[in-house]
Write a protein that binds this ligand. Structure first.
Ligand SMILES: [Zn+2]
Length: 99
């Protein structure tokens, strides 16, 4: 289990811990479907409530297998794509492709 940081990793706002939450990049339900443990360090981000709420739509896409749609949404929302891609790779939802 990763530790909660003192600021949101997307908007960088410093907030009291009760206003921050540990977010699973790859949702817990999807990890379970894949037979994998969601509690991998690469799968955690500390988010404020705003960003946490904004992940719902892209997560739905990921759960339907729309990895590209998920990535595009997360990029548009300002998430650090290296972190997002590392989490997807940890669950084998993204592999290195020559693009
Ligand atoms: Zn934030």
């Amino acid at each position: 289990m990763a530790n909660l940081k003192t600021s949101c990793e997307v908007c960088n706002l410093e907030l009291p811990s009760r206003k921050l939450s540990l977010h699973h990049i790859v949702p817990d339900a999807l990890c379970r479907q894949l037979g994998m443990d969601s509690n991998r360090p690469a799968n955690y981000l500390t988010l404020c409530r705003r960003e946490h709420g904004l992940t719902e739509v892209p997560e739905g896409k990921l759960e339907r297998g729309d990895v590209l749609g998920f990535l595009m949404d997360m990029r548009r929302l300002g998430f650090q794509m290296d972190r997002i891609e590392a989490a997807l790779k940890a669950y084998k939802l993204l592999t290195e492709v020559g693009v």
